[in-house]
Design a protein around this ligand. Structure first.
Ligand code: SF4
Length: 310
């Protein structure tokens, strides 16, 4: 393209500005956004759309304004698209309000959306259809060692949804989530909240048991978690309570340890999200039970629940 046709914005050439836009977009991808941006237009299409055609001087002027506005908003764009990823910190409800930028409204729509909002909601989706889509799944390596796929169980219209990391041995054999010792403790926790297990929905980030009960690996989470997102979109719980670090880190897209943000409220796809410790952790560390009870009491307050009378 003829450099003479490039507009000058604030003393910088448009070519330079385009390079900066590209740098910001690459930066976003370096932060790990790519698995959830499969539907995003190609990088060159976003840049061309932002810059616009430059063949005529009048169009070049308007495109220069658009490019300059996007550049001014680029840090907010990245922060909004990847809450806390640069620092490894999740974005809580209070923080999200303070991050709103008027300039963000002129950004390309796909670039300003949060990670899992990019996974489109499927109109008319049902739990049955999701289970059928999973089928006899071999999409990731976890299928090799599983006995049964552990899809999830509970009230399909639940106000409260618990999300763990993945099935253990008992769950793998039975096909039900949280049925071992940790599952019994979770059931007790649910009853202490004044609910029955059938009142809530329980699912995991991955549906097949990781070998030796190791944590699910990144590729396994990336492959399987869209099914969880569809379950959440279908159930539409008011509150999601994540159990343990894996589910919290997956949904909130952070690498921070759960002890740093446990007990705080977060927004997630229209629900309020409360991260707390995994029941298996409580079995090993009973001293953490009062902290979890505090988290559950916050959930109860939002849902208007009364603790079970002893
Ligand atoms: S963990 Fe999920 S993606 Fe992997 S094989 Fe099982 S159902 Fe499929």
């Amino acid at each position: 393209m003829d450099p003479a046709k490039r507009a000058s914005v604030g003393g910088r050439s448009e070519t330079h500005l385009e390079e900066q836009v590209k740098d910001w977009l690459r930066y976003g991808e370096d932060l790990g956004l790519s698995p959830y941006y499969r539907d995003r237009p190609p990088l060159h299409a976003i840049v061309e759309s932002a810059a616009g055609p430059v063949e005529s001087p009048s169009v070049a002027t308007s495109s220069a304004v658009s490019t300059a506005a996007i550049l001014a908003s680029a840090p907010a764009m990245i922060a909004a698209a990847a809450p806390g990823r640069a620092s490894g910190a999740p974005r809580n409800v209070a923080a999200s309000a303070s991050q709103k930028s008027p300039a963000a409204t002129i950004l390309p729509a796909t670039a300003a959306r949060s990670l899992f909002e990019v996974i489109e909601r499927i109109e008319g989706d049902t739990l049955l259809r999701i289970r059928e889509d999973i089928g006899d799944c071999t999409r990731c390596k976890l299928h090799k060692g599983r006995t049964k796929i552990v899809f999830g169980t509970g009230n399909p219209n639940a106000d409260l949804m618990f999300v763990g990391e993945g099935p253990g041995r008992d769950e793998d054999l039975s096909g039900e989530p949280f049925v071992g010792r940790a599952g019994k403790l979770l059931t007790d926790m649910i009853k202490a909240m004044g609910l029955q297990r059938e009142d809530v929905y329980i699912a995991n980030v991955v549906k097949c048991r990781p070998p030796e009960n190791r944590l699910p690996e990144k590729d396994e989470i990336t492959t399987c978690s869209p099914f969880l997102m569809r379950q959440i979109d279908t159930i539409k719980p008011k509150v999601i309570c994540t159990l343990g670090s894996c589910s919290a880190q997956t949904l909130l897209q952070t690498t921070q340890g759960i002890s740093k943000f446990r007990g705080e409220w977060f927004d997630f796809r229209g629900a309020k999200l409360m991260p707390t410790y995994h029941p298996a952790y409580l079995l090993r560390n009973p001293g953490a039970k009062p902290e979890v009870w505090k988290d559950l009491q916050k959930v109860m307050a939002v849902l208007g629940l009364q603790p079970k009378k002893r």
